[in-house]
Design a binder for this molecule. Structure first.
Ligand code: URP
Ligand code: ZN
Ligand code: ZN
Length: 472
Protein backbone atom coordinates (compact mmCIF):
# COMPACT_ATOMS: atom_id res chain seq x y z
CA UNK A 1 0.00 0.00 0.00
CA UNK A 2 1.30 3.42 -0.91
CA UNK A 3 0.95 6.11 1.71
CA UNK A 4 2.61 9.40 2.18
CA UNK A 5 1.87 10.12 5.77
CA UNK A 6 2.30 13.63 7.01
CA UNK A 7 5.35 13.38 9.27
CA UNK A 8 5.88 17.09 9.75
CA UNK A 9 9.64 16.85 9.63
CA UNK A 10 10.13 19.05 6.58
CA UNK A 11 11.49 22.42 7.57
CA UNK A 12 11.47 25.81 5.96
CA UNK A 13 14.89 27.36 6.14
CA UNK A 14 13.57 30.54 7.78
CA UNK A 15 10.67 31.14 10.11
CA UNK A 16 7.72 33.12 8.80
CA UNK A 17 6.06 35.81 10.88
CA UNK A 18 2.58 36.87 9.76
CA UNK A 19 2.28 40.30 11.33
CA UNK A 20 -0.74 42.49 12.01
CA UNK A 21 -3.62 40.31 10.81
CA UNK A 22 -6.86 39.39 12.55
CA UNK A 23 -6.68 35.76 13.60
CA UNK A 24 -10.05 34.04 13.47
CA UNK A 25 -11.06 31.12 15.66
CA UNK A 26 -14.38 29.51 16.54
CA UNK A 27 -14.63 31.76 19.60
CA UNK A 28 -13.13 35.10 18.61
CA UNK A 29 -11.36 37.21 15.99
CA UNK A 30 -8.36 39.09 17.43
CA UNK A 31 -5.45 41.10 16.13
CA UNK A 32 -2.51 38.74 16.57
CA UNK A 33 0.76 37.77 14.96
CA UNK A 34 1.48 34.19 13.94
CA UNK A 35 4.96 32.67 13.93
CA UNK A 36 5.56 29.66 11.72
CA UNK A 37 8.59 27.42 11.97
CA UNK A 38 8.88 24.60 9.49
CA UNK A 39 5.49 22.97 9.10
CA UNK A 40 4.11 24.16 12.43
CA UNK A 41 2.69 27.23 14.10
CA UNK A 42 4.97 27.93 17.05
CA UNK A 43 3.57 31.13 18.53
CA UNK A 44 0.40 33.22 18.34
CA UNK A 45 0.14 36.57 20.13
CA UNK A 46 0.60 40.34 20.07
CA UNK A 47 3.88 41.90 19.02
CA UNK A 48 5.85 38.73 18.38
CA UNK A 49 9.39 39.34 17.27
CA UNK A 50 11.83 36.92 15.75
CA UNK A 51 14.91 38.39 14.18
CA UNK A 52 15.43 35.33 12.03
CA UNK A 53 11.93 35.36 10.62
CA UNK A 54 10.76 36.56 7.25
CA UNK A 55 8.10 39.11 8.21
CA UNK A 56 4.94 39.20 6.11
CA UNK A 57 2.70 42.20 6.61
CA UNK A 58 -0.88 40.91 6.74
CA UNK A 59 -2.44 43.97 8.35
CA UNK A 60 -6.05 44.42 7.31
CA UNK A 61 -6.31 40.73 6.43
CA UNK A 62 -8.28 37.93 8.07
CA UNK A 63 -6.20 34.94 9.09
CA UNK A 64 -8.19 31.70 9.14
CA UNK A 65 -7.09 28.16 9.85
CA UNK A 66 -6.98 26.26 6.54
CA UNK A 67 -10.52 25.28 5.63
CA UNK A 68 -11.45 21.61 5.81
CA UNK A 69 -13.85 20.14 3.26
CA UNK A 70 -15.07 16.82 4.65
CA UNK A 71 -17.17 15.90 1.62
CA UNK A 72 -15.58 15.63 -1.82
CA UNK A 73 -15.82 13.07 -4.63
CA UNK A 74 -12.69 13.17 -6.76
CA UNK A 75 -11.95 10.56 -9.43
CA UNK A 76 -15.20 8.72 -8.67
CA UNK A 77 -16.67 6.30 -11.20
CA UNK A 78 -20.39 6.79 -11.16
CA UNK A 79 -23.31 6.63 -13.66
CA UNK A 80 -21.05 5.00 -16.29
CA UNK A 81 -18.65 7.91 -16.22
CA UNK A 82 -15.99 9.41 -13.96
CA UNK A 83 -16.05 12.76 -12.22
CA UNK A 84 -14.46 15.62 -14.16
CA UNK A 85 -12.10 16.36 -11.30
CA UNK A 86 -9.52 13.89 -10.13
CA UNK A 87 -7.24 14.52 -7.16
CA UNK A 88 -4.95 16.69 -9.24
CA UNK A 89 -7.50 19.22 -10.44
CA UNK A 90 -9.83 18.81 -7.46
CA UNK A 91 -7.20 19.59 -4.84
CA UNK A 92 -5.86 22.50 -6.93
CA UNK A 93 -9.32 23.98 -6.94
CA UNK A 94 -9.65 23.25 -3.22
CA UNK A 95 -6.44 24.94 -2.13
CA UNK A 96 -6.97 27.97 -4.39
CA UNK A 97 -10.20 28.47 -2.46
CA UNK A 98 -8.48 28.16 0.92
CA UNK A 99 -9.18 24.50 1.63
CA UNK A 100 -6.02 22.86 2.91
CA UNK A 101 -7.53 19.48 3.81
CA UNK A 102 -10.18 17.48 2.01
CA UNK A 103 -11.77 14.21 3.10
CA UNK A 104 -12.80 12.19 0.08
CA UNK A 105 -14.88 9.01 0.03
CA UNK A 106 -12.91 5.86 -0.64
CA UNK A 107 -15.74 3.75 -1.99
CA UNK A 108 -16.08 -0.02 -1.75
CA UNK A 109 -17.58 -1.61 -4.84
CA UNK A 110 -19.97 -4.47 -4.12
CA UNK A 111 -17.98 -7.68 -3.61
CA UNK A 112 -14.77 -5.77 -2.90
CA UNK A 113 -12.80 -5.63 0.35
CA UNK A 114 -12.36 -2.36 2.23
CA UNK A 115 -8.59 -2.67 1.98
CA UNK A 116 -8.84 -2.84 -1.82
CA UNK A 117 -11.05 0.24 -1.83
CA UNK A 118 -8.67 2.12 0.46
CA UNK A 119 -5.68 1.16 -1.63
CA UNK A 120 -7.48 2.32 -4.78
CA UNK A 121 -8.05 5.73 -3.24
CA UNK A 122 -4.46 6.03 -2.06
CA UNK A 123 -3.36 5.36 -5.64
CA UNK A 124 -5.74 8.01 -6.97
CA UNK A 125 -4.46 10.67 -4.56
CA UNK A 126 -0.78 9.85 -4.06
CA UNK A 127 1.69 12.46 -5.35
CA UNK A 128 -1.11 14.28 -7.18
CA UNK A 129 -2.66 16.32 -4.41
CA UNK A 130 -2.08 19.98 -3.82
CA UNK A 131 -3.75 19.98 -0.41
CA UNK A 132 -3.72 17.44 2.41
CA UNK A 133 -6.21 14.63 2.11
CA UNK A 134 -7.88 11.92 4.14
CA UNK A 135 -10.50 9.29 3.40
CA UNK A 136 -13.84 8.25 4.79
CA UNK A 137 -14.68 4.65 3.84
CA UNK A 138 -18.00 4.29 2.01
CA UNK A 139 -19.30 0.80 2.78
CA UNK A 140 -21.48 -0.51 -0.06
CA UNK A 141 -21.49 -4.19 0.84
CA UNK A 142 -21.60 -5.05 4.52
CA UNK A 143 -20.78 -8.65 5.50
CA UNK A 144 -18.69 -10.59 8.06
CA UNK A 145 -15.43 -10.09 6.15
CA UNK A 146 -16.01 -6.38 5.94
CA UNK A 147 -16.80 -6.29 9.65
CA UNK A 148 -13.44 -7.86 10.40
CA UNK A 149 -11.68 -5.21 8.34
CA UNK A 150 -13.09 -2.25 10.29
CA UNK A 151 -10.36 -2.08 13.00
CA UNK A 152 -7.66 -2.19 10.33
CA UNK A 153 -9.30 0.79 8.62
CA UNK A 154 -9.15 2.74 11.86
CA UNK A 155 -5.50 1.82 12.36
CA UNK A 156 -4.78 3.26 8.93
CA UNK A 157 -6.33 6.58 9.85
CA UNK A 158 -9.81 6.05 8.46
CA UNK A 159 -11.85 7.13 11.44
CA UNK A 160 -15.12 7.79 9.63
CA UNK A 161 -17.38 5.75 7.40
CA UNK A 162 -20.18 6.47 4.98
CA UNK A 163 -23.40 4.70 4.16
CA UNK A 164 -25.96 5.44 1.47
CA UNK A 165 -29.67 4.80 1.96
CA UNK A 166 -30.23 5.15 -1.79
CA UNK A 167 -28.35 4.49 -5.09
CA UNK A 168 -28.57 0.84 -6.26
CA UNK A 169 -24.80 0.39 -6.47
CA UNK A 170 -24.02 1.56 -2.95
CA UNK A 171 -27.05 1.50 -0.65
CA UNK A 172 -27.29 -0.46 2.58
CA UNK A 173 -30.62 -1.72 3.87
CA UNK A 174 -31.75 -1.00 7.43
CA UNK A 175 -30.40 -4.30 8.75
CA UNK A 176 -26.93 -3.71 7.30
CA UNK A 177 -26.99 -0.14 8.52
CA UNK A 178 -27.81 -1.41 12.00
CA UNK A 179 -24.95 -3.94 11.80
CA UNK A 180 -22.45 -1.37 10.52
CA UNK A 181 -23.33 1.10 13.27
CA UNK A 182 -23.19 -1.66 15.91
CA UNK A 183 -19.79 -2.87 14.70
CA UNK A 184 -18.31 0.61 14.85
CA UNK A 185 -19.96 1.64 18.10
CA UNK A 186 -17.02 1.07 20.44
CA UNK A 187 -14.29 2.29 18.12
CA UNK A 188 -14.94 6.04 18.48
CA UNK A 189 -15.46 6.30 14.74
CA UNK A 190 -18.39 8.08 13.16
CA UNK A 191 -20.67 7.18 10.26
CA UNK A 192 -22.00 9.79 7.83
CA UNK A 193 -25.16 8.83 6.01
CA UNK A 194 -26.80 9.95 2.75
CA UNK A 195 -30.44 9.97 3.79
CA UNK A 196 -33.09 9.50 1.10
CA UNK A 197 -35.89 6.93 0.84
CA UNK A 198 -34.89 4.69 -2.06
CA UNK A 199 -38.31 3.09 -2.56
CA UNK A 200 -40.14 6.40 -2.94
CA UNK A 201 -37.55 7.74 -5.39
CA UNK A 202 -37.79 4.57 -7.51
CA UNK A 203 -41.58 4.53 -7.49
CA UNK A 204 -41.93 8.21 -8.38
CA UNK A 205 -39.31 7.87 -11.12
CA UNK A 206 -41.31 4.98 -12.61
CA UNK A 207 -44.48 7.05 -12.49
CA UNK A 208 -42.91 9.98 -14.34
CA UNK A 209 -41.23 7.63 -16.85
CA UNK A 210 -44.69 6.25 -17.63
CA UNK A 211 -45.95 9.78 -18.15
CA UNK A 212 -43.03 10.63 -20.42
CA UNK A 213 -42.05 13.49 -18.15
CA UNK A 214 -38.36 12.90 -17.67
CA UNK A 215 -36.86 16.33 -18.18
CA UNK A 216 -34.69 17.93 -15.50
CA UNK A 217 -37.68 19.76 -14.02
CA UNK A 218 -38.93 16.38 -12.73
CA UNK A 219 -35.72 15.68 -10.76
CA UNK A 220 -36.84 17.51 -7.57
CA UNK A 221 -40.32 15.98 -7.87
CA UNK A 222 -39.05 12.44 -7.35
CA UNK A 223 -36.97 13.52 -4.36
CA UNK A 224 -39.25 15.87 -2.37
CA UNK A 225 -38.01 16.88 1.06
CA UNK A 226 -40.13 14.24 2.81
CA UNK A 227 -37.99 11.63 1.02
CA UNK A 228 -35.01 12.99 2.93
CA UNK A 229 -36.88 13.62 6.18
CA UNK A 230 -38.23 10.05 6.30
CA UNK A 231 -34.76 8.58 5.83
CA UNK A 232 -33.31 10.95 8.45
CA UNK A 233 -35.93 9.74 10.95
CA UNK A 234 -35.33 6.08 10.09
CA UNK A 235 -31.56 6.47 10.42
CA UNK A 236 -31.91 8.24 13.75
CA UNK A 237 -34.23 5.52 15.04
CA UNK A 238 -31.61 2.92 14.14
CA UNK A 239 -28.83 5.02 15.68
CA UNK A 240 -30.82 5.46 18.88
CA UNK A 241 -31.42 1.72 19.23
CA UNK A 242 -27.72 1.06 18.63
CA UNK A 243 -26.92 4.04 20.86
CA UNK A 244 -24.26 5.57 18.65
CA UNK A 245 -23.79 9.10 17.25
CA UNK A 246 -24.17 9.62 13.48
CA UNK A 247 -23.65 12.39 10.94
CA UNK A 248 -26.26 13.36 8.37
CA UNK A 249 -24.38 14.50 5.30
CA UNK A 250 -25.60 17.18 2.89
CA UNK A 251 -28.82 17.86 4.81
CA UNK A 252 -30.94 20.05 2.57
CA UNK A 253 -34.33 20.85 4.07
CA UNK A 254 -36.22 22.49 6.90
CA UNK A 255 -38.33 19.36 7.23
CA UNK A 256 -35.23 17.24 7.91
CA UNK A 257 -33.95 19.80 10.41
CA UNK A 258 -37.24 19.43 12.27
CA UNK A 259 -36.82 15.66 12.37
CA UNK A 260 -33.27 16.09 13.70
CA UNK A 261 -34.54 18.43 16.40
CA UNK A 262 -37.27 15.96 17.35
CA UNK A 263 -34.72 13.17 17.79
CA UNK A 264 -32.28 15.41 19.65
CA UNK A 265 -35.05 16.15 22.14
CA UNK A 266 -35.25 12.40 22.71
CA UNK A 267 -31.52 12.24 23.45
CA UNK A 268 -30.27 11.20 20.02
CA UNK A 269 -26.66 12.18 19.22
CA UNK A 270 -26.59 13.52 15.72
CA UNK A 271 -24.30 15.87 13.82
CA UNK A 272 -25.47 17.69 10.71
CA UNK A 273 -23.55 18.77 7.61
CA UNK A 274 -25.01 21.06 4.96
CA UNK A 275 -23.52 22.54 1.77
CA UNK A 276 -23.41 26.00 0.12
CA UNK A 277 -25.79 24.91 -2.66
CA UNK A 278 -28.54 24.32 -0.10
CA UNK A 279 -27.84 27.68 1.52
CA UNK A 280 -27.68 29.75 -1.65
CA UNK A 281 -29.49 28.14 -4.58
CA UNK A 282 -33.10 27.02 -4.94
CA UNK A 283 -35.17 24.60 -6.98
CA UNK A 284 -36.26 27.24 -9.53
CA UNK A 285 -32.97 26.33 -11.26
CA UNK A 286 -34.59 23.09 -12.48
CA UNK A 287 -37.01 25.11 -14.61
CA UNK A 288 -34.12 26.51 -16.66
CA UNK A 289 -34.13 25.07 -20.15
CA UNK A 290 -31.77 22.46 -21.56
CA UNK A 291 -28.36 22.10 -19.99
CA UNK A 292 -28.86 25.20 -17.84
CA UNK A 293 -31.10 23.21 -15.49
CA UNK A 294 -28.85 20.14 -15.73
CA UNK A 295 -26.03 22.05 -14.05
CA UNK A 296 -27.89 21.78 -10.74
CA UNK A 297 -28.90 18.10 -10.79
CA UNK A 298 -27.65 16.78 -7.47
CA UNK A 299 -29.11 14.65 -4.73
CA UNK A 300 -30.75 15.69 -2.53
CA UNK A 301 -31.99 18.35 -4.95
CA UNK A 302 -32.00 22.09 -4.34
CA UNK A 303 -34.96 23.17 -2.20
CA UNK A 304 -37.00 26.31 -1.52
CA UNK A 305 -35.77 29.66 -0.22
CA UNK A 306 -37.41 28.87 3.13
CA UNK A 307 -35.25 25.77 3.48
CA UNK A 308 -32.11 27.83 2.91
CA UNK A 309 -33.29 30.32 5.52
CA UNK A 310 -33.78 27.53 8.04
CA UNK A 311 -30.31 26.15 7.30
CA UNK A 312 -28.60 29.54 7.81
CA UNK A 313 -30.43 29.85 11.11
CA UNK A 314 -29.35 26.35 12.08
CA UNK A 315 -25.69 27.27 11.54
CA UNK A 316 -26.22 30.29 13.75
CA UNK A 317 -27.86 28.32 16.55
CA UNK A 318 -25.35 25.46 16.30
CA UNK A 319 -27.92 22.92 15.08
CA UNK A 320 -25.73 22.41 11.98
CA UNK A 321 -22.11 21.62 12.80
CA UNK A 322 -20.30 21.59 9.45
CA UNK A 323 -20.53 23.04 5.95
CA UNK A 324 -18.87 20.87 3.31
CA UNK A 325 -19.28 20.98 -0.47
CA UNK A 326 -20.19 17.51 -1.82
CA UNK A 327 -18.02 18.53 -4.77
CA UNK A 328 -18.87 15.96 -7.45
CA UNK A 329 -18.16 17.61 -10.78
CA UNK A 330 -19.13 16.74 -14.33
CA UNK A 331 -18.80 18.57 -17.63
CA UNK A 332 -21.86 19.66 -19.58
CA UNK A 333 -21.13 16.89 -22.06
CA UNK A 334 -21.37 14.38 -19.23
CA UNK A 335 -24.58 15.99 -17.96
CA UNK A 336 -26.00 15.95 -21.50
CA UNK A 337 -26.40 12.15 -21.30
CA UNK A 338 -29.41 12.67 -19.05
CA UNK A 339 -31.00 15.62 -20.78
CA UNK A 340 -34.00 13.62 -22.04
CA UNK A 341 -34.05 11.37 -18.97
CA UNK A 342 -32.79 13.01 -15.78
CA UNK A 343 -32.50 9.61 -14.05
CA UNK A 344 -29.51 8.84 -16.31
CA UNK A 345 -27.75 12.10 -15.50
CA UNK A 346 -24.65 11.94 -13.27
CA UNK A 347 -25.59 13.68 -10.02
CA UNK A 348 -23.51 16.40 -8.47
CA UNK A 349 -21.89 19.77 -9.04
CA UNK A 350 -18.57 21.54 -8.45
CA UNK A 351 -18.09 23.68 -5.34
CA UNK A 352 -14.79 22.88 -3.63
CA UNK A 353 -13.19 26.20 -4.59
CA UNK A 354 -15.99 28.62 -3.76
CA UNK A 355 -17.21 27.53 -0.32
CA UNK A 356 -15.04 29.86 1.79
CA UNK A 357 -15.67 33.02 -0.17
CA UNK A 358 -19.41 32.25 -0.47
CA UNK A 359 -19.76 31.74 3.26
CA UNK A 360 -17.84 34.92 3.90
CA UNK A 361 -19.85 36.99 1.40
CA UNK A 362 -23.35 35.61 1.92
CA UNK A 363 -22.97 34.47 5.53
CA UNK A 364 -20.66 36.85 7.38
CA UNK A 365 -21.04 40.03 5.29
CA UNK A 366 -24.82 39.57 5.10
CA UNK A 367 -24.83 39.07 8.89
CA UNK A 368 -26.49 35.67 8.69
CA UNK A 369 -23.62 34.16 10.69
CA UNK A 370 -20.64 35.55 12.57
CA UNK A 371 -17.06 35.18 11.42
CA UNK A 372 -16.47 32.83 14.38
CA UNK A 373 -19.37 30.66 13.26
CA UNK A 374 -17.87 30.56 9.77
CA UNK A 375 -14.61 29.35 11.29
CA UNK A 376 -16.44 26.80 13.41
CA UNK A 377 -18.26 25.12 10.50
CA UNK A 378 -15.37 25.28 8.02
CA UNK A 379 -12.41 24.58 10.30
CA UNK A 380 -12.79 23.67 13.95
CA UNK A 381 -15.85 21.42 13.89
CA UNK A 382 -14.80 19.26 10.93
CA UNK A 383 -11.32 18.92 12.47
CA UNK A 384 -12.83 17.71 15.75
CA UNK A 385 -15.57 15.54 14.27
CA UNK A 386 -13.15 13.80 11.95
CA UNK A 387 -10.28 13.34 14.39
CA UNK A 388 -7.75 15.91 13.18
CA UNK A 389 -7.91 18.50 15.96
CA UNK A 390 -5.77 20.41 17.04
CA UNK A 391 -3.36 19.44 14.26
CA UNK A 392 -5.86 20.98 11.84
CA UNK A 393 -8.76 23.42 12.25
CA UNK A 394 -7.16 25.99 14.56
CA UNK A 395 -4.37 28.54 14.65
CA UNK A 396 -2.43 27.76 17.78
CA UNK A 397 1.06 26.74 18.82
CA UNK A 398 1.70 23.14 17.84
CA UNK A 399 -0.87 23.03 15.05
CA UNK A 400 0.00 22.51 11.39
CA UNK A 401 0.71 25.84 9.73
CA UNK A 402 -2.30 25.55 7.41
CA UNK A 403 -3.35 29.17 7.03
CA UNK A 404 -5.66 31.18 4.80
CA UNK A 405 -4.98 34.88 4.39
CA UNK A 406 -8.26 36.39 3.29
CA UNK A 407 -8.31 39.92 2.00
CA UNK A 408 -11.73 41.28 3.01
CA UNK A 409 -11.35 44.39 0.85
CA UNK A 410 -11.10 42.74 -2.56
CA UNK A 411 -14.39 42.18 -4.33
CA UNK A 412 -14.78 39.81 -7.23
CA UNK A 413 -17.11 37.43 -8.99
CA UNK A 414 -17.19 33.72 -9.63
CA UNK A 415 -16.63 32.34 -13.12
CA UNK A 416 -15.76 29.10 -14.89
CA UNK A 417 -13.13 31.15 -16.72
CA UNK A 418 -11.11 31.61 -13.57
CA UNK A 419 -11.95 28.55 -11.47
CA UNK A 420 -9.57 25.59 -11.29
CA UNK A 421 -12.05 22.72 -11.55
CA UNK A 422 -12.24 20.77 -14.81
CA UNK A 423 -15.99 21.28 -14.85
CA UNK A 424 -16.79 23.60 -17.76
CA UNK A 425 -19.41 25.51 -15.81
CA UNK A 426 -19.75 27.01 -12.38
CA UNK A 427 -23.11 26.86 -10.58
CA UNK A 428 -22.39 30.36 -9.22
CA UNK A 429 -21.38 31.95 -12.54
CA UNK A 430 -21.36 35.74 -12.23
CA UNK A 431 -22.11 35.72 -8.50
CA UNK A 432 -20.47 38.67 -6.76
CA UNK A 433 -18.07 37.97 -3.90
CA UNK A 434 -16.59 40.02 -1.11
CA UNK A 435 -13.16 39.02 0.07
CA UNK A 436 -10.54 37.03 -1.72
CA UNK A 437 -8.36 34.13 -0.70
CA UNK A 438 -5.06 35.91 -1.22
CA UNK A 439 -2.45 33.55 0.22
CA UNK A 440 -2.56 29.97 1.48
CA UNK A 441 0.06 28.19 3.54
CA UNK A 442 0.04 24.41 3.65
CA UNK A 443 2.09 23.07 6.57
CA UNK A 444 4.22 26.22 6.45
CA UNK A 445 4.74 26.31 2.70
CA UNK A 446 3.21 29.12 0.70
CA UNK A 447 1.25 27.23 -1.94
CA UNK A 448 -1.17 29.90 -3.16
CA UNK A 449 -0.30 33.50 -3.89
CA UNK A 450 -2.74 36.06 -5.23
CA UNK A 451 -5.35 33.33 -5.65
CA UNK A 452 -3.10 31.17 -7.85
CA UNK A 453 -1.31 27.91 -7.09
CA UNK A 454 2.44 28.49 -6.93
CA UNK A 455 3.54 25.16 -5.46
CA UNK A 456 1.73 22.02 -6.52
CA UNK A 457 1.45 18.42 -5.29
CA UNK A 458 2.50 19.20 -1.73
CA UNK A 459 -0.53 17.45 -0.22
CA UNK A 460 -0.06 14.49 2.11
CA UNK A 461 -2.28 11.82 3.56
CA UNK A 462 -3.63 12.69 7.00
CA UNK A 463 -4.07 9.79 9.40
CA UNK A 464 -7.05 10.60 11.56
CA UNK A 465 -8.13 9.75 15.09
CA UNK A 466 -11.42 9.47 16.99
CA UNK A 467 -14.27 11.94 16.88
CA UNK A 468 -13.85 14.57 19.61
CA UNK A 469 -16.62 17.05 18.82
CA UNK A 470 -19.00 17.59 21.71
CA UNK A 471 -22.45 16.39 20.91
CA UNK A 472 -24.90 19.12 19.96
O1 URP B 1 -25.59 14.52 -6.21
C1 URP B 1 -24.69 14.21 -5.44
N1 URP B 1 -24.73 14.66 -4.23
N2 URP B 1 -23.69 13.45 -5.87
C2 URP B 1 -22.61 13.00 -5.12
C3 URP B 1 -22.86 11.72 -4.40
C4 URP B 1 -23.61 11.94 -3.13
O2 URP B 1 -24.77 11.60 -3.05
O3 URP B 1 -23.05 12.46 -2.16
ZN1 ZN C 1 -24.81 11.78 -0.92
ZN1 ZN D 1 -21.48 13.24 -1.67
Amino acid sequence: MITNICTDVEMNSVNILLRGGTVVSAINAKKQDVLISGSKIVKVGRFISDKNAQVVDVSGKLIFPGFIDAHTHFDLEVSDTVTADDFESGTRAAVCGGTTTIIDFATQNKGESLSTALNNWHLKAFAKSSCDYAFHMAVSDFNDNVKEELPAMFEQGVSSFKAYMTYDAMMLNDEDLFSLLSSLKDMGTIVGVHCENHGIIKSLTKKYTGNNAMSVSTHPKVRPSIVEAEAVGRLLSIAMVVDVPVVIVHLSSKESLEVVEHYRQKGCKVYVETCPQYLLLDDSRYDLKGLEGAKYVCSPPLRKKDDSKALWKAIKTGAVQTVATDHCSFTLEQKNVGLEDFSKMPNGMPGVETRGVLLYTYGVCKKRISIEQMCRVLCENPAKLYGMYPKKGVIKAGSDADIVVLDPKTDGFISKNTHHSKADYNPYEGVRTKGKVATVYLRGKKVVENGELILENKGKYVKRDKNMLDEP
